[in-house]
Ligand binder design. Structure first.
Ligand code: UDX
Ligand code: ADP
Length: 482
């Protein structure tokens, strides 16, 4: 074997995956220089900001890891070509969203950024370079990356050293909100590939902190497919429990009791059985739709339909919640003020990609509601991009209804705390399970609301007795006992 020793890593893409992953690699491997590069100058500037609260990704513990490694062996820059040229190993960690148009629109992944990266690596790499796919990709993407790179391979030409490549798949399983913990002590690290030396080189990077038995080796295609399958299974559990939450609500059962009862069967297990407003995040929907596209492509329509229904149920759950809010508020929310607590797709992240809050807020805006939104980590600019609607100025609590309210036009604005969002509202909707929403003082909040007033707890985080004792009506996801 001729295992190359990795001294210099380049990661293309400084997003939610590339940033935290490379920060942990740099932290755990002080002997390796890690350069994280991105075309987005503002993002790189934020990664380099001396004020660690301004990092572009909010993730508990990330600031501490970045503080230890940045400037020592962790660097963020926009100099993509230079970083590729100096690297023994290049991670591709760019975005692969669902295609918006063209062949496979709405299902297949858009691989234009991955392909652009492969071409850039082909052009700039020197010597032997191991290229690692980190982004979640459809099965057999490595083949395309490999072909592009192979076309650039060459023997010694005019005294210039040879150029060669090896391609590996190393999908990332971190979940946002727990990324640092997941990276520091992963359940497993998956490495797929054919080139034994390249595989061993990557194993030796992870071996600096991951126990040997947690590093799983597969062929390239199994590795790519395992990532899609893991996300599909996790998402399927959420759709399963959400489907039963709806049944619990009409039968007098409580989905948390059902989840506890089935979760204590060791064959089923207790994780990922929390009913909620539906799954969000950049991975689940995208990966399932990818799987659906692949199944159709390979002539397996029944398999495609099976998985597609996991997404269909998730979309239904989101609309079900907005419909239910309208129904409980006497069939109309036009001109009514509603407090939305939480906009991120889950707690402990500032990421809003595919957040259920987007769909629910859009439905309510369509009905003419006035939304007062509070999220501890998501800013107003992000919400405006997600809702494709500019924020309105917050109405004066003392003045009467605004013109927009009377005309039936939906509007929204952000608030800097829960009390400001709740003031004057007919209902509170809890859409993200931030810790602080578990400890709300309902006795203090209730008098701020217009009666009769509702709490719609889509994450089941409130204390039902405290809410009802303060004179508010309560709906809790999956709770038919209310
Ligand atoms: C997921 C996978 O967990 C991770 O392995 C992969 O690398 C990327 O996709 P992520 O999307 O960051 O991670 O978060 P995750 O914790 O999986 O939650 C996804 C969504 O499911 C969130 O909207 C969350 O609120 C929801 N969820 C999760 C539930 O509604 N109920 C649950 O029991 C668990
Ligand atoms: P993920 O959640 O997979 O990390 P993000 O969208 O958060 O996805 O991050 C992907 C990053 O990749 C973005 O910051 C984007 O600017 C960057 N990117 C995409 N294409 C390229 C490229 N060809 N070169 C450098 N950076 C790129």
């Amino acid at each position: 074997m001729n295992v190359p020793q990795i001294r210099n890593i380049c990661c293309i893409g400084a997003g939610y995956v590339g940033g935290p992953t490379m920060a942990v690699i740099a932290d755990r491997c002080p002997n390796i220089q890690v350069n994280v590069v991105d075309l987005n100058e503002a993002r790189i500037a934020a990664w380099n900001d001396p004020d660690l609260s301004k990092l572009p990704v909010y993730e508990p513990g990330l600031d501490v890891v970045v503080a230890r490694a940045r400037g020592r062996n962790l660097y963020f820059s926009t100099e993509v070509d230079v970083a590729i040229a100096g690297a023994d190993m290049v991670f591709i960690s760019v975005n692969t969203p669902t295609k918006a148009k063209g062949l496979g629109a709405g299902q297949a992944s858009d691989l234009r950024w991955v392909e652009a990266c492969a071409r850039q690596v082909a052009q700039c790499a020197k010597g032997h370079t191991i290229v690692v796919e980190k982004s979640t990709l459809p099965v057999r993407t490595a083949e395309a990356v490999d072909l592009i790179l192979k076309a650039a391979q060459r023997q010694v030409v005019d005294g210039e050293p040879p150029i060669s490549f090896a391609v590996l798949s190393n999908p990332e399983f971190l979940a946002e909100g727990t990324a640092i913990r997941d990276l520091e002590s992963p359940d497993r690290v998956l490495i797929g590939g054919e080139n034994a030396d390249a595989i061993q080189a990557l194993v030796e990077v992870y071996r600096q902190w991951v126990p040997h038995e947690k590093i799983l080796l597969t062929n390239l295609w199994s590795s790519e497919l395992s990532k899609l399958t893991a996300n599909a299974f996790l998402a399927q559990r959420i759709s399963s429990i959400n489907s039963l939450a709806a049944l619990c609500e009409v039968t007098g059962a409580d989905v948390r009791e059902v989840a506890r009862a089935i979760g204590s069967d060791s064959r089923i297990g207790s994780k990922f059985l929390q009913a909620g407003p539906g799954f969000g995040g950049s991975c689940f929907q995208k990966d399932i739709l990818n799987l659906v596209y692949l199944c159709r492509h390979f002539g397996l329509p029944e398999v495609a339909d099976y998985w597609e229904n996991v997404v269909a149920l998730n979309t239904w759950q989101q609309h079900r919640i907005s419909r239910l809010v309208v129904q409980k508020l006497f069939g109309t929310v036009t001109g009514k003020r509603l407090a939305l607590l939480g906009f991120a797709f889950k707690a402990d992240t500032n990421d809003t990609r595919e957040a259920p809050a987007i769909c629910i807020a859009n439905d309510l805006l369509e009905e003419g509601a006035q939304l007062a939104i509070y999220d501890p980590k998501v800013d107003s600019e992000q919400i405006a991009r997600d809702l494709q609607l500019l924020a309105s100025s917050p109405p004066d609590a003392q003045a009467g209804p605004t013109r927009a309210a009377l005309s039936g036009e939906g509007t929204w604005w952000t608030c800097s705390n829960v009390a400001a969002a709740v003031a004057g509202a007919d209902a509170v909707l809890i859409l993200t399970e931030w810790q602080q929403f578990r400890q709300l003082d309902w006795a203090a909040l209730a008098p701020l609301m217009r009666r009769p007033a509702w709490v719609f707890d889509a994450r089941a985080v409130v204390d039902p007795d405290a809410v009802r004792a303060s004179g508010l009506m309560l709906w809790r996801v999956g709770d038919g006992s209310l």
